[in-house]
Design a protein around this ligand. Sequence first.
Ligand SMILES: [Zn+2]
Length: 317
Amino acid sequence: MVLQLEQAGAVAILTSNWSSGFGVDKIFSASTKKVPTLDVALEDYGLLYRLAESGTTPVVSLQCTSRHGDPIPVYNTLAEMKGEEKGGEYVMLSAHFDSWDGATGATDNGTGTLIMMEAMRILKKVYPHPKRTILAGHWGSEEQGLNGSRAFVEDHPEVVENLQALFNQDNGTGRVVNLSGQGFQQAGTFLTRWLAAVPDTMKNRIKTNFPGAPGGGGSDFASFVAVGAPGFSLGALSWSYFNYTWHTNRDTYDKIVFDDLRNNALLVAMMVYMACEDPEKLPRDKAVIQGNATDRNGQPIRNWPQQVKAIRLGPID
Ligand SMILES: [Zn+2]
């Protein structure tokens, strides 16, 4: 539809893609080839609508200074604390650095990034000589299809093969309330053991689902699950994430709930510590997928997800 309008000679497209929250719009990719697409916020859309309906043809004056540029390189940013006893085994913290451009990406995934950076700061201070190697992965190009983490999985088989566990957080600013075993038979035994070290006030509100079903997408933990490596998703309390901040024009700093981030950073630090110290390595046996297992879109999960290759354009001059 938008493409037809462009082909018919539209100089720009105005959209208002309501996000089912007061005054909030979703901002996704433009589907035009050359002309700009602009989001008109609710109140302005209402004004234009009323003017058009009353026969007072509204005239919109646009000044667009941005333009579509060439591809630019994107990067993963990694932090490492070398393990001293089992340095060839890894425990990972995971979040993505990139964000959608309707706002500043505060909760998708600025908050995940903050949690992992703070957890690393805590670990460095109180656990400077970890048993296993601790790696924090802050991925690039997640929003275009988990490209940073998929590329890491392809490029670092030594980490993937020797991964004890990865903890990813990427669904808003809330405190962690959900943890699934992602379809690994033994995940429940290990995660329960690690959670035992977490204070009741934090742990008792986490609903666990073991062995759970393997997540096929949604965020970077899935890049690891797809190759049979134990990647877990720390599911947050929503705080109206999907209506108000996820890929909207309102995903800004003022929406961050810092008390919850503090909770999450402490939780991650404790889980990473326990995973590093555990004398055993989490086995990768896959549980039989339950007949009623569904993904985050409510679609049934029948098979283990397939690995998907990262999109790479190659070196860019
Ligand atoms: Zn995200």
